[in-house]
Design a binder for this molecule. Structure first.
Ligand code: HEC
Length: 169
């Protein structure tokens, strides 16, 4: 019933492009849960969150690469941190009921996401808090402080993946 916003996308590689897609998916998902869950088309939601998570992965790697340099670019780090923060603000829409392995669309999302909703929400909250903190720490020219906040953020990625994402993907 909802248009498949991703099927004919020319490219989902551009971060801003997929971000706007994610916004619309958020709206679809929200509408779906208000109207009736069984009407939700899982495909754009699953593909949309995977695209957002790939962008998050690329931005996180961008920060990692900068921090390995002898003179990291702080504007670059700020840009990537803001990008992750913007995407993280959409994450509550990414895992509506019906978008797990049962949806028959390739996904690494484990059933535990829906079986342990409080723990999953806590993992999302921790992620959101740590990335927002990275944005504020990165506003100052203090590379060691940025590095330690980047590590704290990385722990929230790993913490969630260890519990809620299939290993071999
Ligand atoms: C609250 C849980 C959670 C947090 C926090 C989280 N992820 Fe994930 N991530 C997932 C799940 C679940 C999947 C699998 C999604 C799917 O396949 O539908 C995933 C998938 C991914 C993917 C693969 C996307 C694809 O399909 O190509 C990347 C890359 C990724 N995450 C990077 C990160 C990074 C980097 C962070 C932290 C900065 C992070 N994630 C934080 C749960 C999380």
């Amino acid at each position: 019933m909802f248009p498949n916003v991703l099927a004919n996308s020319p490219s989902i590689m551009h971060p801003n492009y997929s971000f706007s897609i994610l916004l619309s998916i958020g709206l679809y998902a929200a509408a779906g849960s208000v109207v009736a869950d069984e009407q939700l088309d899982p495909q754009p939601v699953i593909e949309g969150r995977q695209s957002a998570l790939r962008d998050i992965g690329a931005a996180f790697k961008g920060i990692t690469d900068e921090l390995r340099k002898t003179a990291p670019s702080l504007p670059q780090i700020r840009h990537y941190a803001r990008q992750i923060d913007d995407l993280a603000k959409q994450q509550t829409f990414w895992f509506p009921a019906g978008t797990g392995p049962e949806a028959d669309i390739e996904t690494a999302a484990k059933p535990e996401i829906w079986q342990q909703p409080a723990q999953f929400k806590a993992a999302q909250t921790a992620f959101g808090e740590q990335v927002t903190k990275l944005v504020s720490v990165a506003a100052a020219d203090n590379v060691p402080a940025i590095k330690s906040q980047w590590q704290a953020l990385g722990k929230t990625c790993k913490g969630c993946h260890d519990k809620f994402r299939e290993k071999d993907q």
